[in-house]
Design a protein around this ligand. Sequence first.
Ligand code: AMP
Ligand code: ZN
Length: 462
Amino acid sequence: MKLRVYNTLTRQKEELVTVKPNQVSMYSCGPTVYKYAHIGNLRAYVFMDELRRVLEYNGYKVKSVMNITDVGHLVSDGDDGEDKMSKSAHETGKTPLEIAAFYTDQFMKDIDALNIKRPTVCPKATDNIGPMIKVVEDLLEKGYAYETEDGIYFSVEKFPNYGKLSGIRLEDQRHGARVEVNSFKRHPIDFALWKTASPNHLQQWASPWGMGFPGWHIECTAMSEKYLGKVFDIHTGGVDHIPIHHENEIAQAECWLGQKAVNYWMHSEFMLIDGGKMSKSLGNTYTVTDLVNAGYDPVMFRYFCLNVQYRQKINFTWEGMEAAKNAYNKLAAQLVAHKNSPATTDPAILKEYDTKFEEAINDDLNLPLAIGVLWTLLKLPKSKDVYQLALKWDKVFALNFDKVKEVKEQIVVPQEVADLAEQRLAARKEKNWALSDTLRNQIAELGYLIKDTANGYEITKK
Ligand code: AMP
Ligand code: ZN
């Protein structure tokens, strides 16, 4: 079956045709590791993972590369200001590498918790300064970059196709540019390939232009070429990367290599919180730990994400998260019922569902539709074959369908039973075992079982 993906570059869905048959090379812009990833960041990586899983489901062997930005990129898009890694280092008294190691580790734990497969390679920027310097040298030699006392800049006017990804026009950028004008630049949106470091700058390396540090964009060009070659299949990132970071990557890579480097650009939309932006000042930049502390299994957040196609904005609310939890638990209960059934299903019927599932995922990762197909599949009469098919689809969903026996169906306990349970707890505290047993029997007569636990009790249906 053909796989179609939306290419930001051509602004349309296209059939995926890979550089090498049956193989996909993909690069994803990774995290800047100076703080915890928030759930919006993680949506971008759930998308990266869904893409990889859909490719693998289609039989492709995937090589996936995600960089770890452990060199601070600058606070403003205008190549000025304090870098984020140094800022964090100054605030905490730790070295940038200590900070980076800590947050990289946290990030890996988060992605593991969300069943995001670890990319084949996660190169660190600090391990790849040499290749970055090489790209800058080549760009200078070819006349695409120029040297200033502030560093080396890429000259956007040298690349006639600048703006092809986001549709911006250079003429419009010269006046009233949204990026602050830096006096070293020939054009306001020229960007730094290499910056000269002041003596007290924490992260700096020797280069042909003195001590300095790389610009952010050059990282991705140097590392994608190193690990995936001159031309690779898919580049992913969040939509915020389209107008600057990816536009700049295209410019420097195409000028450096003299050819197109990326065939498909894919971008995931943003996550909003309560309909608005996520921001530290609003205190709504939630992390996976926040979700766990609020009683949610991270896989429920993954389920929450899968219900909105990656090119649509997704709005996180705690009510929405609660609804996702309830839906996930219902799903799990139904899966268990199918799993435990000895009955079988006509393979022709299952094939129909399987085809619908494949059509959905192969239509630019329409996971919400695929989830819909799953729900209708589960409405079939209980059968172990249905469970097996759902399990096969879970290679894409990655929602732990193989572990569903551990997920308990949420039950609504009638008030009468809840009251009896409380009375029993009180009786036990007073060591009134006879009353406790009587209350247990009364609860059983109403159709419920009560089990004592370390924190009190647990009620299940008989
Ligand atoms: P950063 O670590 O800031 O470079 O961001 C890592 C990834 O998260 C990038 O792909 C961003 O596009 C993405 N991202 C940042 N904020 C959000 C958000 N609110 N919703 C979805 N993705 C986001
Ligand atoms: Zn990047």
